[in-house]
Write a new protein. Sequence first.
Length: 133
Amino acid sequence: MDKRPICRSKLRKVPQQFSWVDQRLVRERYIDQLSPQACALYLFLVTVADAQGLSYYADPSLCQRLSLTGAELHQARQALSTQGLVAYHHPLYQVLALDAAPSEAPPSTAPVAPDDEPVDIKAVFARIWEVLS
């Protein structure tokens, strides 16, 4: 398949403030192991982190921005830590590099899209945004 941008005037670039999401989050099924709350927290942290993956956000701010209770935030943070996606040492978060597929991923019957095939981004974001509605 020959892929070409549909709208060349709006091609994405890594912005000056450095924010991106590794495609392996979906391809290697990390996202399948996460609750909508954990997905929302991860997306938020990836968005606000600096080039080293570091950010400082207090629990009350995160709870307010993500519409989470304190318990939901704690569970989301724990899930991200368990999956090796985030390190946390109060009050510092570090978004970690994805080095390998998650070790606890269950076998999947759904085919993984090859690198040159589109990923259903609508489904990915629907899962992330469930918690925000």
